[in-house]
Design a protein around this ligand. Structure first.
Ligand SMILES: Cc1cc2nc3c(=O)[nH]c(=O)nc-3n(C[C@H](O)[C@H](O)[C@H](O)COP(=O)(O)O)c2cc1C
Length: 203
């Protein structure tokens, strides 16, 4: 039998908890979230605390944290609280480097589309633009916000209903499946470490 190391989360620092949570729960998809502020300026940032919830209504969650050094809400969260809309842009081998650039903590008036050199294109049903270079994009309307904590390491759950989906040419197959060989998704591990998802096997 393997000897296991036991840890009580209450004994760990916030940084260690972050390392343990993000290092254990892998790989995570990355929701590259576009929003607009009150003036309509676009914002783009990656969130790896992100996943699907259910199929009908198609529902996603992602989690903007509330953490040092600023103890302030992320621009993405603030934009969603007033607009109620966002786009989840999906990340693959071709867009991972640009996505990583948009993880930088920059002032709200910096347009991360320009920073990362990606192209905003108008969405169909929501105000935030989507990333033209992304292989898949889901337009979302806010379903509910849940606050988990407003202390160091805390944050929110943003629950969104997908109201429109975009797939790049060839990714959506004739038999209604996603073609991974065309999609070329990546997984988020810890920090700025990512994994290619190409060694697939079936059971
Ligand atoms: C790969 C990656 C994943 C990230 N995941 C999260 C996350 O799940 N939650 C979070 O609060 N910040 C996450 N970040 C950090 C935010 O992207 C970063 O704080 C960004 O500046 C937030 O931008 P905003 O204030 O424009 O929303 C991640 C960064 C990277 C590079």
């Amino acid at each position: 039998m393997t000897s296991m190391r036991g840890l009580n989360p209450d004994d760990l620092t916030v940084q260690t908890l972050f390392n343990v949570m993000t290092g254990s729960i892998v790989p995570r998809p990355i929701g590259w979230v576009s929003t607009v502020d009150r003036e309509g300026l676009p914002n783009l940032a990656p969130y790896s605390m992100f996943t699907a919830v259910c199929a009908r209504p198609p529902t996603v969650v992602f989690c903007p944290s509330y953490q040092p050094p600023h103890f302030k809400e992320k621009d993405t969260y603030q934009n969603i609280t007033h607009s109620g809309e966002f786009v989840i842009n999906f990340v693959n081998d071709d867009t991972v480097a640009a996505m990583d650039v948009t993880g930088a903590d920059v002032p709200p008036d910096v347009d991360e589309f320009k920073l990362a050199g990606v192209t905003p294109v108008p969405s169909k049903l929501v105000a935030p633009p989507r990333v033209s270079e992304s292989p898949i994009a889901f337009e979302c309307k806010l379903h509910e916000l849940i606050t988990i904590g407003l202390t160091s390491g805390g944050g929110h759950i943003v629950i969104g209903t997908v109201v429109y989906m975009h797939f790049a040419e060839g990714i959506y197959s004739d038999d209604n499946h996603i073609r991974f060989d065309k999609y070329k998704p990546i997984g988020g591990l810890v920090g700025h470490t990512y994994a290619h998802i190409e060694d697939l096997f079936g059971l």
